[in-house]
Design a protein around this ligand. Sequence first.
Ligand code: NAG
Length: 247
Amino acid sequence: MSLQLLLLLTLTVRTALAGGYYEYITWECLSTSADLTDVEFIMTYHFNKDPYIRFNSTVGEFVGYTAHGVYNAESWNKGPTVQQMRGERERYCKPNLEIHFSSLLEKAVRPRVKLMAEKEPSGGHTAMLVCSAYDFYPPAIDVYWQRDGKRETTATISTDELAEGDWYYQVHSHLEYTPKSGEKISCVVEHASFSEPVVYDWDPSLPESDRNKIAIGASGLVLGIILSAAGFIYYKKKSSGRILVPS
Ligand SMILES: *[C@@H]1O[C@H](CO)[C@@H](O)[C@H](O)[C@H]1NC(C)=O
């Protein structure tokens, strides 16, 4: 879904460009961790698609990329503008990132993950394994396959994150699978609600529904044996009792 949104935005920008000229400024706050120790503030001026001036908090001053950009960067670096920009990391970035962390990341809901095999196409030996994640939030998620611990890139297909209509999302990833003995297949899920990737191993033994059928059949058999034995004993006792009673 995030990719679709991105495409849509790109399309909007293109449409805007087709009809004229486009000047815009972006403010970005980048951080690799939620404890906000390495926040970087980036402010960029663009014309059409080209950035021409950028302030990067790690660099600490404006840098120009065109003759006009260099000219303005030099003059802004002398005045109060650069002083103000140096404060934006604390003033703008940190409080906003904190709000996003507490309103989004900390409200993340863990996916319910199910691994199963889809019916084998008649006669073939290739099956489809499906790894499904349900009821998670936020929608950003990474679901992928591992074969003996190595990431599988071919023979996999994943759906987009599908909205369930109640703020939760689901996603399904498929792997073409030919059973091989000794091979370990796993589905790995990465999500904001997990502190690290979670690995779900595929159990190649019988699926649950088949196991249930076997369990029901076996219980029926045992019950049948017990009842027949009881009936047999009862019959034996009765018939031998009848012989003992003198007429
Ligand atoms: C900001 O500047 C630092 C130091 O030059 C650099 O490592 C970093 O990649 C820059 N950030 C961006 C988003 O350009």
